[in-house]
Write a protein that binds this ligand. Structure first.
Ligand code: GLP
Length: 247
């Protein structure tokens, strides 16, 4: 069963997630952590940077694997997830750059890059904790509706809704890449713990769909129901579609 953690607002929800992550890093300095991008994650990463500054949590031996990136963007492009991670998080931590993995969407041989990414996760001992966001259409990472629950890191086509949501990060709408390189749902489900953060009214339908049984590939985030330790952390606005428990 997926547990829903209801928070009063987006700040509270991000704070909850940041405390979970910082706690996991302190409990296991060699944590293997899966990370996500998106506007939702900015306050989480800001809180982790604060934690580093004020509490000195060390990330020196932590290994991180990001979920995905666009295909065909150089890593220096302002909209690349590599750059997002560098600016919002990595630059503020004492993390070892050699331990920061992000699928390389500019690789010449993308299938090989996908396979190497899966191998690197296994070589690191598997993901201990995977952070997730959610798309308005219920996607997780770049796994769009229809993605198989046993899918692995691979090249995918982005849904029109996903490209639409990404428009603001590109100087012209037609510049939004049409493909991504993403961990699969099977890769995500293999992580020992899952933590999905959803904030704002735009995510309410996707959160309700994720929690509604039975899991269905039409609703990628509903795959979390198959995981023994998955939580969805949502603010009030994102949780409006989920009935409150009785009693
Ligand atoms: C992209 C990422 C997802 C992320 C989603 C939501 O599609 N690939 O991993 O969950 O954006 O982003 P936002 O937080 O900006 O709504």
């Amino acid at each position: 069963m997926t547990e829903l953690v209801r928070c009063s607002d987006a700040r509270d929800a991000a704070g909850f997630v940041a405390r979970e992550i910082a706690g996991a890093v302190r409990a296991d300095p060699c944590l293997v952590l899966g990370l996500a991008t998106g506007e939702t994650m900015r306050p989480v990463y800001a809180a982790l940077a604060e934690d580093r500054l004020h509490h000195g949590t060390s990330w020196r031996s932590v290994t991180v694997f990001n979920l995905d990136d666009y295909i065909g963007l150089p890593s220096t492009h302002p909209a690349s997830f590599r750059r997002f991670m560098q600016q919002t998080l990595f630059d503020h931590l004492d993390i070892d750059p050699a331990r920061c993995f992000i699928p390389d969407g500019s690789a010449e041989d993308l299938d090989r890059e996908a396979e190497a990414y899966e191998d690197a996760i296994v070589a690191a001992g598997g993901l201990d904790l995977q952070l997730l966001g959610i798309g308005r259409n219920g996607h997780i990472a770049f796994n769009e509706p229809g993605a198989a629950f046993d899918s692995r890191t691979r090249v995918v086509e982005l849904a029109p809704a996903t490209r639409d949501a990404a428009r603001a990060s590109f100087d012209a709408p037609d510049r939004v890449p049409s493909r991504g390189l993403t961990m699969g749902i099977g890769t995500i489900l293999a992580a020992r713990r899952l933590l999905l953060l959803a904030t704002g009214p735009d995510k309410a339908d996707a959160v309700a769909d994720a929690l509604r049984p039975p899991p269905s590939t039409d609703r990628p985030a509903s795959a979390l129901q198959l995981h023994p330790d998955a939580r969805i952390v949502a603010d009030q606005a994102a949780a409006t579609g989920v009935p409150l428990p009785r009693g």
